[in-house]
Design a protein around this ligand. Structure first.
Ligand code: CO
Length: 142
């Protein structure tokens, strides 16, 4: 087994039925001031924005259509809910190989995530029911 390990917590993903409403909640209830403009990721079937915090981010995710991978999640959780936790890794291909070597189920192939770097997801069954996203550390951010 290699010495591969996860790095910093990058963000917590929260699925929401409506991003503008969720932004309003973070602004008015929690006083968050640094929130990015929402943008569409059509290949992933989601609209995304980030609530920037001193040490991390909340990723707000809204399904773009009924084919969206989070459409079912919102059906089951109409008000939204915590969807995933994302840790940074140095190399996504090493991460994928090591996850598989260690017996975890990696969902799909590495793909470009909302930060523009490669990501994978690890099945919740491997992590106490939590869907884990691993993403390559964005260059220049740390
Ligand atoms: Co994410």
């Amino acid at each position: 087994m290699s010495d591969f390990k996860i790095g910093a917590l990058n963000h917590v993903g929260v699925a929401v039925p409506n991003i503008p409403d969720a932004i309003e909640t973070y602004r008015t209830l929690y006083g968050a001031t640094d929130i990015t403009e929402p943008f569409d990721m059509p290949e992933q079937g989601v609209r995304v924005c980030f609530v920037n915090l001193p040490n991390s981010q909340i990723e707000l995710i809204e399904p773009l259509n009924e084919q969206s991978p989070i459409h079912n999640f919102i059906e089951k959780n109409p008000k939204g809910g915590q969807h995933h936790v994302c840790f940074e890794v140095e190399d996504i291909h090493v991460a994928k190989q090591e996850m598989e070597n260690r017996g975890a189920t990696v969902l799909g192939e590495p793909r470009i995530g909302a930060h523009g770097t490669l990501i994978i997801f690890v099945h919740p069954k491997n992590s106490n029911g939590v869907l884990i996203e691993l993403m390559e550390t964005p260059r220049g951010e740390h």
